[in-house]
Design a protein around this ligand. Structure first.
Ligand SMILES: [Fe+2]
Length: 146
């Protein structure tokens, strides 16, 4: 399979790994009147992203690549940035929307590369994830309007 596709799948795995850890941070540290709703929502999302990390990593292996395996490697590859600060509840949601928009763009880029390579399997894996994120972004935006 094309080197470009393998590189893209590796980078998506790293992006998703950083996002996963940020969601755990938000789950642990969210405070205020939205605690109960957001604490649960962030848990639901990091559980979902654990599945996506696995899908991207195993797709890398399936097409002859190697996923990033150390935290260092993931941090070096990821296009998402860690958030060491504890934001307020709406700040967390706003940052999450921004990261998910980045993920939608990154997934779209990889889907294009997979299509060029004629790799329908990767397209099938990534299309579903992208559509799910678009829906989550809509729901998070609705939350911020409240
Ligand atoms: Fe927990």
């Amino acid at each position: 399979m094309s080197n470009d596709l393998i590189k893209n799948l590796r980078t998506l795995t790293a992006d998703a790994t950083v996002l996963y850890q940020k969601l755990r941070h938000f789950h642990w540290n969210v405070r205020g009147k939205n605690f109960f709703g957001l604490h649960l929502k962030f848990e639901e999302l990091y559980t979902e992203w654990a599945t996506h990390i696995d899908s991207f990593a195993e797709r890398s292996l399936t097409v002859g690549g190697r996923p990033p395996v150390t935290l260092k490697e993931n941090l070096e590859l990821s296009r998402l940035k860690e958030q060491p600060e504890t934001l307020n509840d709406k700040g967390m949601v706003a940052e999450l929307i921004s990261d998910l928009n980045t993920m939608v763009a990154n997934l779209g880029q990889t889907i294009e590369v997979a299509e060029k390579a004629g790799d329908r399997g990767s397209v099938a894996v990534l299309d579903g994830v992208r559509e799910g994120q678009e829906k989550t972004i809509w729901m998070l935006r609705a939350f911020l309007e409240g």
